[in-house]
Design a protein around this ligand. Structure first.
Ligand code: C2E
Ligand code: MG
Ligand code: MG
Ligand code: MG
Length: 282
């Protein structure tokens, strides 16, 4: 493409490219020190049951507060963390921090909930994931049922054999598992019959348009019935309105997560919400 544009444009193109590369390298350097510098935080977004409207858990979402750059969105730094391999160390920090928070909630007498953590493919494949999770659960001292790992289809596609074994072992520990962003992974559905995960999480891109696009509506309903027929629970993410909520309840979705109930909030805010018994209105 650059060649077609001629010499001057080509130079412009490479110049712009290297600028972007340089920005990436800078961001990567800053990200490398972020955990040690105390710039990483977790926020928690409630997951709510559509049966009784109660909070059943939350998803831990990573936030990077850089003193000069401000709040860097995960969409900007997670891909860099993955490409550079930094995600393994960052993911370790995330799992520890989320489990420590769960422990603090447990000690504070909060009713049991499940804290979900996003795990990237690299973290899952580059290390003994079962040993890693076991060690952290023991160190922090929480029951495995308090922890859920959200995996993506892209992970599963990488090494089905290895991932199947790890999933079985994690299930054996008592950890909950879910497939995040379900439906956008371009992967074959055949893995679903071998994976003993608990929950499918319908990707928010389908939820966003399900009331206006017939195709998205069809996909959402199909995923709900697919999940139930395979004995999985199903949660919809990106639920922003009461109408979304009604549609999902009418079609038998089990749980929701999204701005309609709550944005991701700090740990004390989540704790207060859970203590006060905040519920989804019927
Ligand atoms: P995800 O795991 O699919 O998380 C859901 C994303 O949707 C979050 O974005 C959340 O804030 C956002 N969201 C929740 N409800 C709504 C809603 O009603 N409407 C809209 N428009 N968005 C909603 P966030 O926090 O920016 O994270 C983006 C992605 O970054 C996550 O997608 C996940 O893939 C990745 N990520 C975040 N934290 C971590 C982490 O600790 N480790 C890894 N490996 N990835 C993470
Ligand atoms: Mg997730
Ligand atoms: Mg998701
Ligand atoms: Mg998503």
């Amino acid at each position: 493409r650059a060649k077609e544009l001629g010499r001057s444009n080509y130079q412009f193109f490479t110049c712009e490219m290297s600028e972007r590369t340089q920005q990436r390298v800078e961001l990567e350097t800053r990200l490398r020190g972020a955990a040690a510098a105390g710039q990483l935080r977790l926020v928690y977004q409630p997951k709510v049951s559509l049966d009784d409207g109660r909070i059943i858990g939350c998803e831990a979402l990573l936030r990077w507060h850089h003193p000069e750059l401000g709040l860097v969105p995960p969409g900007h730094f997670i891909p860099i963390a993955e490409e550079s391999g930094l995600i393994v160390a960052i993911g370790d920090w995330v799992l520890r921090a989320a489990c420590a928070q769960a422990r603090a909630w447990m000690d504070a007498g909060l009713p049991p909930i499940c804290v979900a953590v996003n795990v990237s493919a690299l973290q899952f494949l580059q290390q003994d994931v079962v040993a890693w999770v076991t060690r952290i659960l023991e160190e922090v001292g929480i029951p495995p049922g308090w922890l859920e790992l959200e995996l993506t289809e892209s992970l599963i596609a990488q090494d089905i054999e290895k991932v199947t074994i790890a999933i079985d072992q994690l299930k054996g520990l008592g950890v909950k598992l879910s497939i995040d962003d379900f439906g956008i992974g371009y992967s074959s559905l055949s893995y679903l019959k071998r994976f003993r995960v608990d929950t499918l999480k319908i990707d928010q891109s389908f939820v966003r348009n399900m009331l206006v696009e017939a195709e998205d509506s069809t996909i959402v309903r199909a995923v709900i019935s697919l999940a139930h027929n395979l004995n999985f629970r199903v949660i919809a993410e990106g639920v922003e309105t009461e109408q979304h909520c009604h549609f999902l309840r009418a079609h038998g979705c089990d749980e929701i997560q999204g701005y309609y109930f709550s944005r991701p909030v700090t740990a004390p805010e989540f704790e207060a919400m859970h203590r006060q018994g905040k519920r989804l209105s019927a």
